[in-house]
Design a protein around this ligand. Structure first.
Ligand code: SF4
Ligand code: SF4
Length: 372
């Protein structure tokens, strides 16, 4: 079976937070209609079945939990449509956590949801950017949500921590706080929309070095920190066989639908939901195949400097949404991305070399499937 198709539904433009780095467009009370959601789901199911793929449905916003009845309706709808077809459906959500309840988590756990909680670490780090309207930080509410998630049996989850120039000074303490409160995977989403000055990058680089040291020590004490941005680089070293193992599938295996039903190549490119430069049709008029094929043909990396780079198979240079955020082109990398990727690969390799030399049991088990 080829890889899954992921459909992301942006259920609403609205959000009860006003994060300072938000890329999800203007905030106002406008939700996806039930009809639009049903059409999007039907189209995605047909696409998945035509290409013999399973289907992942992901809920996004704004804050998708503001549209909880619609979200539930989408799950019932697609499960009923896919029943008996052999297409496996999985669900996921990205949420700011402030509206989570035990009841909602139990409902999602019963449907094998992957819950991605946006929390930027410790209060200092989180409250720098993640605020309610008026500027009050949301850390207390989101930390409570993290506790609920950690205590919910059988729930698949991860935390997502956004790192930008304003909060990167707190990165080490933020990540340590997360590791102290949560056992699952920690994703760092670097803010490619922002300008990173040399000073900010130097701060980030120093903080990442401290974080890498903490991750190394977490293996030594037998309580490994699952920091995805370093783990991914180790895995890319082990698996890279001359082919980019971080390939981006925007527009093909990755599609997103805006509140008004417009198709986009990736959830991170939806924004206000009305950018004609990167949308390709609407759920009511159908997918614009010419536009979709153009996006698929254009994605990848056309930056000449990368062609001969020895790190190109381990670097995020082909990620279309990241490139678009930073350069306005899905196939052009930014200097920040290049510098950051080199730094992450260097830190991950140093860490892996050390732990391999020590034959650290937790490291050997995690990356080589053996504690020998
Ligand atoms: S919670 Fe998400 S959608 Fe809401 S303001 Fe923050 S980043 Fe934007
Ligand atoms: S972005 Fe930088 S590190 Fe990545 S492939 Fe291009 S030159 Fe190499």
């Amino acid at each position: 079976m080829p890889g899954n198709l992921t459909l992301t539904l942006c259920l609403t433009h609205n959000c009860n937070l006003r994060c300072r780095y938000c890329y999800a467009g203007r905030k106002y009370a406008h939700a996806m209609s039930q009809k639009t959601a049903e059409r999007a789901l039907d189209i995605a199911l047909a696409e998945a079945q035509q290409t013999n793929r399973n289907l992942d449905i992901s809920f996004f916003g704004g804050e998708p939990l503001l549209e909880w009845p619609l979200l539930q309706h989408c799950c019932y709808w697609i499960q009923q449509k896919a029943e008996g077809s052999g297409t496996r459906i999985r669900f996921g959500i990205t949420t700011n956590g402030t509206l989570l309840t035990q009841e909602k988590l139990d409902w999602m756990a019963g449907r094998d949801f992957l819950v991605g909680l946006s929390i930027d670490g410790s209060a200092d780090m989180h409250n720098t950017n993640r605020c309610f309207p008026g500027g009050r930080g949301s850390h207390k509410q989101v930390a409570d949500a993290l506790e609920l998630i950690a205590d919910t049996p059988r729930l698949r989850s991860k935390v997502i921590c956004v790192v930008n120039p304003a909060n990167c000074i707190h990165l080490r303490s933020g990540v340590l706080w997360l590791h102290g409160h949560y056992r699952g995977p920690i994703g760092l989403n670097f803010d490619y929309w922002s300008e990173w000055s040399d000073e900010h990058f130097a701060t980030l680089s120093q903080q990442l070095e401290l974080v890498a040291r903490d991750v190394t020590n977490s293996y030594r004490i037998g309580h490994p920190m699952q920091l995805e941005c370093l783990e991914g680089k180790i895995i890319s070293h082990l698996r890279s066989q001359g082919e980019n193992c971080l390939r981006c599938h925007i527009g093909e295996r990755e599609i997103a639908v805006s509140v008004d039903g417009n198709f986009f190549p990736c959830s991170r490119m939806v924004g206000d939901g009305d950018d004609p430069a990167i949308s390709f049709g609407n759920v009511h008029s159908g997918i614009d195949r010419a536009r979709q094929n153009y996006i698929i043909a254009t994605r990848g990396n056309a930056t000449p400097e990368c062609k001969l780079c020895v790190l190109r198979h381990r670097c995020l240079n082909t990620c279309g949404c990241t490139n678009y955020a930073a350069t306005g082109h899905i196939n052009r990398v930014s200097p920040f991305l290049c510098n950051l990727q080199q730094r992450l690969i260097q830190l991950a390799d140093d860490m892996a070399e050390t732990l391999y030399r020590e034959q650290n049991p937790a490291f050997m088990q995690r990356f080589y499937g053996t504690a020998e």
